[in-house]
Design a protein around this ligand. Structure first.
Ligand code: CU
Length: 342
């Protein structure tokens, strides 16, 4: 990667062409927005000067103009922050969580912030604070529209034994955090978490700079994996999960798809969730779309959003949930232009 040089890939012709020139630090969190612009939340994984490519904003690729958005507190602590497109994706609200100073800075922030891109002049507004300053926080959207956040460290790459053995849920509906079961393994740089198709969350990796609190020994890459089971599968609910039966494996945006089920009355909600491609604390692929549920005799139907900037082509996990919020296991469906249902 050459800093500032961007390329555009066309999967139809399998060719690369020159994209608009714009500089970002490494691993910039660049999200596709509804309408096709790119939103840079400001999250990045460092390596670059402190005064270039750090301001969050909206990037119009056609005109190569960049409109900065303001309102973000601790804007000098966006390195190693996490960001995500909040569920449901149709609302176009983005969230930034934590982060630290540039380079090997000891500083980190507990700040979270949210921006609504449907507003005329979008600006970040403060969200509820994290329990403490946090870098490398993992954040995973769950099928019940909450965000599971876990781990991270207070100092650069867990220095000084600063891993944070805490997890919490962020609920966009109430704009608040509530605690989740503590993780048992510390996770800082090069750690990840993602949603599994069975509704659980896997957390893995971590690349501490040092192996002890006094910072005298070299760190070792963390090889243990943890699997977290959210409360929506506790207390026997796992046995009562709704089940989605036969349906199409492929569909085009805007199409209505029908799936068989023995219990259409039990299916209250449906979410189309893009599988994770997380690295360096942020997953720009992660998105969850709310689908309206139509119940029929022996089946349920959903109409997919029409706009490919909301539903970029690819494979998705379709989750249905009951009134209580107990999700099904995911059913895989490939969505894209020209993929009519079969
Ligand atoms: Cu890296």
């Amino acid at each position: 990667v050459v800093p500032g040089i961007n390329e555009i890939y066309d999967p139809r012709t399998k060719t690369w062409s020159e994209g608009p020139e714009r500089y970002f630090p490494t691993y910039p969190a660049l999200f596709l927005t509804q309408g096709g612009e790119i939103f840079y939340t400001g999250s990045n994984a460092g390596y670059g000067p402190a005064d270039e490519g750090r301001e969050p904003g909206l990037w119009d690729l056609e005109s190569n103009t960049f409109t900065e958005v303001g309102g973000l507190r601790d804007a000098d602590q966006l390195e190693t922050s996490a960001s995500l497109l909040l569920p449901p994706a149709q609302e176009q609200r983005f969230m930034v969580l934590g982060g630290g100073g540039v380079g090997e800075s000891e500083e980190s922030t507990e700040r979270t912030a949210i921006i609504d891109l449907t507003e005329e002049n979008p600006r970040y507004r403060d969200g509820p604070p994290l329990p403490q300053g946090t870098r490398y926080l993992s954040s995973v959207i769950l099928p019940d529209d909450t965000v599971f956040t876990s781990g991270g460290s207070e100092d650069y790459r867990g220095r000084g034994d600063s891993d944070i053995l805490k997890a919490q849920f962020y609920d966009p509906a109430t704009n608040s955090f509530r605690p989740a079961a503590d993780p048992t393994v510390g996770r800082n740089y090069h750690s990840e978490a993602l949603l599994l198709p069975d509704g659980r969350v896997a957390t893995f990796g971590s690349d501490p700079l040092f192996g002890d609190a006094d910072n005298t020994r070299m760190g070792e890459f963390e090889k243990r994996i943890e699997v977290y089971t959210p409360p929506y599968l506790h207390d026997g609910r796992e046995e009562r999960r709704p089940v989605l039966g036969e349906g199409p494996e492929r569909a085009a945006p805007g199409e209505t798809v029908t799936f068989a089920t023995g219990q259409p009355g039990r299916i209250a909600e449906a979410r189309l969730m893009r599988p994770s491609a997380v690295t360096h604390t942020t997953d720009v692929e992660q998105r969850s779309l709310q689908l309206e549920v139509r119940r029929g005799a022996g089946g349920v139907s959903f109409t997919l959003p029409e706009d490919p900037s909301l539903v970029p082509p690819g494979w998705y996990m379709l989750f249905v949930s009951d009134e209580e919020g107990t999700p099904s296991e995911a059913t895989w469906i490939q969505i894209g232009e020209g993929l009519a249902k079969d």
